[in-house]
Design a protein around this ligand. Structure first.
Ligand code: NDP
Length: 295
């Protein structure tokens, strides 16, 4: 018997997109500026191409203009830097996103550092991450996936302040910034990673769990405190011969078991995934408003 409320990321993302659409047209009508997002795609990874296509589609759906540069797998780091720098200088671009991962012969750090922090809508620039980590400082942008997790908690009126939170995973793009954000919201945060000895005992203390691991169904029902709120970032393909493509996607959290213990849970798919792109659009709008001093 399922107990947990389903946190519907797809529906919240739609609400967020609708709000953005209104703001984009208000901005266009008042000052004649359309927010613009530029994507730099290097190489021919199919998954990256799909993500970029989805981001462009999402931009169109809210009236944000999208720009794209595609470079070949064997292009040089200088060429990538050149496109980033030209978007930095382009007044019709308010957000710049370098699709990761880059080909292995390139220095990701060098390239991410080149993105103007005013246009760093992914929030991956070390200055933005540094500010996120510091008390009394404000990052210009927060990374989209963790921001989407927190937005889901807010929109479902789930209190974070004073709560015990556990983040599973410590990657630069999800786990680490998710932990920093929860801490900024006054949760008491513990981070679990691959060297953690007793993950199960630690998660059992948590009122809120954000899981960003990439291991299908790792978090079992027995890991969860009754009434906990679960945000599952993991997107893991598992073989399913009855599915049209021979696989289906599951989260890091064993959904069937967790439903019986938690008070609220995000499904996979349809939870955090749609929020990530919605937050990218939101960051792009925020950037355009800030650059043009439009409230
Ligand atoms: P990474 O592989 O960069 O990081 C995974 C983290 O999980 C690492 O910190 C690793 O620890 C930790 N970890 C791995 N195995 C275990 C384990 N057995 N026990 C505890 N911790 C473990 O992944 P990402 O952060 O990029 O992504 C995580 C998941 O989220 C993936 O499934 C990805 O597909 C998904 N994702 C979803 C997005 C969305 O929009 N919904 C966006 C981005 C990612 P260590 O540091 O010690 O190696």
């Amino acid at each position: 018997e399922a107990l947990a409320k389903v946190i519907d990321g797809k529906a919240v993302a739609k609400t967020v997109r609708d709000e953005i659409t209104i703001e984009v047209s208000r901005m266009k009508e008042s000052i004649g500026v359309v927010p613009g997002l530029a994507v730099v795609l290097v190489g021919d990874r199919k998954d990256s191409a799909t993500y970029v296509r989805n981001k462009k589609k999402a931009c169109e759906s809210v009236g944000i203009k999208s720009f794209e540069v595609r470079l070949g797998e064997d292009s040089s780091e200088e060429e990538v830097l050149k496109s980033v720098l030209s978007f930095n200088d382009d007044p019709s671009v308010h957000g710049i996103l370098v699709q990761l991962p880059l080909p292995s012969h390139m220095d990701e750090q060098n390239i991410l550092n080149a993105v103007s922090i005013e246009k760093d809508v992914d929030g991956f620039h070390p200055l933005n991450i540094g500010r996120l980590a510091m008390r009394g400082r404000e990052p210009l942008f927060v990374p989209c996936t963790p921001k989407g997790c927190i937005e889901l908690l807010h929109r479902y009126n789930i209190e974070i302040k004073g709560k015990t939170a556990v983040v599973i995973g410590r990657s630069n793009i999800v786990g680490m910034p998710a932990a920093l954000l929860l801490q900024r919201e006054d949760a008491t945060v513990t981070i679990i990673h691959s060297r953690t000895k007793n993950p199960e005992e630690i998660t059992r203390e948590a009122d809120i769990i954000i899981s960003a691991v990439g291991q299908p169904n790792m978090v079992r029902g027995s890991w969860i405190k009754p009434g906990a709120v679960l945000i599952d970032v993991g997107i893991n393909p598992v073989e399913d011969l009855s599915a049209p493509r021979g696989y289906r996607l599951v989260g890091d959290i064993c959904y069937e078991e967790a439903c019986k213990v938690a008070s609220a849970i995000t499904p996979v798919p349809g939870g955090v995934g749609p929020m990530t792109i919605a937050m990218l659009l939101s960051n792009t709008l925020t950037s355009a408003k800030r650059i043009h001093n439009f409230q």
